[in-house]
Design a protein around this ligand. Structure first.
Ligand code: PLP
Length: 403
């Protein structure tokens, strides 16, 4: 684990009264976020635009920090609530916003049309008709959209799938030409391209390149009917490693291979959009909580921490553990013979009255005592905001940034 962050955590839990009173927090290392954005910028092709998928981490300071990078073309939102939040974080131009997500309400669509965001990523005929009616009523000549398509290709090797199987996302490839015909005849709709986000958490760049090849094949065929397409939005998907092995998505080779694949289809003139979330913020985040008790029950030890799945739901929700580190704090024992952990395999659980309240399980721990700190790394994306924060009305975890 990053030494700088480890020192910072020890300091917080030793001296910061707010943290000591409510000993669970998320820590976000802004330098790591900058590193990831610059890494993409270093290798990306000139026709690739990098957007930040703010659903991954909508913390205001994180958003402000992301927006401060010229390398970021804009923000991908999944609700109008996110639009309001990113405006609060300092986004001046709504024209830097993309709006994706199934089930956008008519009210949300109206706000998106009024705001003249760059693209509404349209997920169905119904959505397109609603947008058209809104634009007509508001006297807006054209609304720029990307059509989200679920192509017939399953890109095996991700942690979650949005396409390539039956999902609610986008238009099924088998309906594409019929639906396209209806949408293309709507007077106020301007179809600028396709949105094809298929899967999240892909660590192997070759999988995404094979998918890009399949998408380009689809686009090449579709262009015979729909004419030239300017934009292809791949969504997110660059993975991070949730093991201590620390594998890193090979951005350099990904972009080299993407360049070759674009060339194969003579697509170098198209804009390729990436809406990355996890890759930009995932490794920058740490979930940190203090051990309040240790139980020895029917042959197994349970480390009980101040925060559980109410703060950190991602591991149990995805059945995927995060790397765990213990920071020893040397807190005196409350009684002689107090239970501690020494080279044992334990569950690490929160304060909720349910057995599924585990932030890690079957975890080999070298040494841990009451008062020590448990750190789950790789916790910057889909952790704080995707947790059931008000369940049992425990205190919220603090969110702290290292600037
Ligand atoms: C439409 C869309 N774009 C981008 C992303 C970001 O994906 P990731 O965090 O894998 O980069 C998501 C995540 O679910 C998404 O639904």
């Amino acid at each position: 684990m990053n030494e700088k962050v480890q020192r910072y955590i020890r300091e917080l839990f030793s001296n910061d009264p707010e943290v000591m009173a409510n000993p669970t927090c998320y820590i976000y290392d802004l330098a790591e976020i900058s590193e990831r954005i610059r890494e993409i910028q270093r290798y990306k092709l000139a026709n690739v635009s990098l957007y930040y998928a703010m659903k991954a981490n909508p913390n205001l300071t994180v958003l402000e920090h992301v927006l401060a990078h010229d390398e970021i073309a804009g923000i991908e939102i999944a609700s109008i609530g996110e639009l309001e939040k990113v405006r609060k974080a300092g986004l001046k131009e709504d024209s830097r916003v993309l709006f994706t997500g199934p089930g956008k309400t008519p009210k949300e669509l109206e706000e998106a049309v009024r705001s003249k965001i760059r693209f509404i990523n349209v997920e169905s005929v119904v959505e397109a008709i609603r947008i058209n009616e809104i634009a007509k009523r508001l006297n807006i000549a054209k609304v720029n959209i990307l059509l989200r398509v679920n192509i017939n290709y399953y890109l095996d090797g991700a942690s979650e799938y949005m396409a390539g199987m039956s999902t609610k996302m986008g238009i099924d490839q088998s309906r594409f030409y019929d639906d396209y015909k209806i949408i293309s005849e709507l007077e106020h709709i301007n179809i600028c391209g396709f949105h094809v986000f298929a899967a999240d958490g892909v660590l192997d760049y070759e999988i995404l390149i094979r998918y890009a090849d399949e998408v380009f094949k689809f686009v090449q065929e579709a262009e015979k009917v729909v004419g030239n397409v300017d934009v292809i939005d791949f969504g997110g998907g660059f993975g991070i490693d949730y093991t201590k092995a620390g594998r890193h998505f090979d951005t350099k080779t990904y972009f080299e291979e993407l360049g070759k694949t674009l060339k194969k289809y003579s697509f170098e003139g198209k804009e390729i959009i990436l809406e990355l979330g996890k890759f930009i913020v995932g490794s920058a985040g740490y979930y940190v909580t203090q051990i309040v008790d240790i139980k020895d029950c029917k042959g197994m030890k349970h480390i009980v921490t101040a925060g559980g799945v109410n703060h950190m739901r991602l591991p149990i929700a995805t059945d995927r553990k995060h790397p765990v580190y213990i920071i020893e704090m040397g807190v005196p024992n409350l009684y002689e013979g107090q239970i501690e952990v020494s080279n044992e395999t334990v569950d690490i659980e929160g304060p909720l009255c349910m057995t599924e309240d585990k932030i890690s399980w079957n975890e080999p721990i070298e040494h841990a005592r009451i008062g020590d700190i448990v750190v789950l790394t790789q916790s910057g994306a889909y952790c704080f905001s995707a947790s059931t924060l008000w369940f049992l009305s425990h205190e919220m975890p603090l969110e702290i940034v290292i600037k």
